[in-house]
Design a protein around this ligand. Structure first.
Ligand SMILES: Cc1cc2nc3c(=O)[nH]c(=O)nc-3n(C[C@H](O)[C@H](O)[C@H](O)COP(=O)(O)O)c2cc1C
Length: 320
């Protein structure tokens, strides 16, 4: 008889039905989405600014917001979920605040974004946490270091991804097997995974699971503005461009200007500042001001064709 549930190294570690992890996304991964992913058999992970529609200031307010969102998600699911930790150098006020609230609220899964950091990993391990290590630019060296420092899972992210791009330009198709060959811990593939074909390809490349962001932006439960969901669903890769050294966007008028300036002057840092001052992903993606802000997705935007529930998306990707 065919078993309903197939386990592998990722599902064993995460105790999920599927080796599917929802990638944290600034402003766009709130309690509703995280809980929906958990209920659908994956691991949901809180990114920064969950449940917010405006910028708030002060670390205490950010911590309190995260606490409320964690408690909200607990009301919506009895499954586990995780939190995004951005590695900072000491005094690391923001990072330590987020770790503290996560420990207090009994979170066990940590997507640790940044270079492997023994001190941070140690704090998480002391609390019995599971570390999903995700350097922005994965390399053989940082994968092996993450493993040495005690990471449980490593995310191999390729240049196809949405969000902040890896800085060496290596695509998902080559970075995944390179990392798989370099470490013994299980590897999640990230970057451009929008349908079942990509999941199968990732598994064929040796990944033990997938780490998916862009595809979930248009899920019913995602807090992405509905006009932005529509824009993504109708969007094409040919409508996108690099607006800085590490960000890609659909090209509305201001983003077209940034893309042109970037091509002409290669001044990505200045563009990053302009985008950040304008609120980053908040106006274009969360508030639906699609003609003003950055709208970031992966290179496979043409494959993101419909808005459905999280459950349907995960089933579509993972059923095989
Ligand atoms: C709109 C958007 C925002 C993101 N924000 C974050 C973030 O705040 N922190 C983070 O670690 N990664 C962030 N990412 C990257 C994702 O966690 C993940 O690496 C990526 O989405 C995977 O590739 P995919 O988009 O092709 O599925 C973001 C990605 C997107 C598309």
């Amino acid at each position: 008889m065919k078993s309903d549930i197939v386990t592998n190294r990722i599902t064993d570690i995460l105790e999920t039905k599927y080796p599917f992890v929802q990638a944290p996304m600034n402003w766009l991964t709130d309690a509703n989405l995280v809980a929906a992913v958990a209920n659908a058999g994956g691991l949901g992970i809180f990114g920064p600014n969950p449940g917010l529609t405006n910028m708030i200031h002060g670390i205490e307010n950010h911590i309190e917001q995260m606490r409320q969102q964690i408690r909200q998600a607990r009301k919506l699911t009895n499954k586990e979920f995780g939190i995004n930790i951005l590695v900072e150098d000491e005094p690391a006020i923001h990072m330590n605040g987020m770790l503290k609230v996560a420990f207090e609220e009994d979170i066990h899964y940590f997507a640790v974004v940044g270079e492997p950091n023994q001190n941070v990993y140690h704090k998480i391990k002391e609390h019995g946490g599971i570390i999903i290590a995700r350097p922005l630019t994965p390399t053989v060296q940082n994968a092996q270091l993450a493993e040495k420092f005690g990471a449980d899972i490593f995310v191999a992210t390729g240049y196809d991804e949405g969000g902040i791009l890896p800085q060496n330009g290596q695509g998902t198709f080559t970075v995944v097997p390179m990392i798989v060959d370099a470490v013994n811990i299980p590897v999640l593939a990230a970057g451009g995974i929008n349908d079942r074909r990509a999941v199968k390809a990732a598994m064929n490349l040796g990944a033990a699971g997938v780490y998916v962001g862009s595809r979930l932006l248009v899920a019913n439960e995602a807090p992405t503005a509905s006009s932005t969901k529509e824009k993504i669903i109708n969007g094409h890769f040919s409508d996108m461009g690099l607006v800085s050294h590490d960000q890609r966007s659909l090209l509305n008028k201001p983003m077209q200007t940034l893309a042109t300036n970037y091509q002409l002057y290669n001044d990505g840092i200045k563009n990053d500042e302009i985008i950040s001052k304008a609120g980053g992903l908040l106006p274009g993606m969360r508030l639906g001001k699609i003609d003003t802000g950055i709208i970031s997705t992966n290179t496979g935007i043409d494959l993101i064709k419909e808005q459905t529930s999280v459950q349907q998306i995960i089933k579509e990707l993972m059923e095989d």
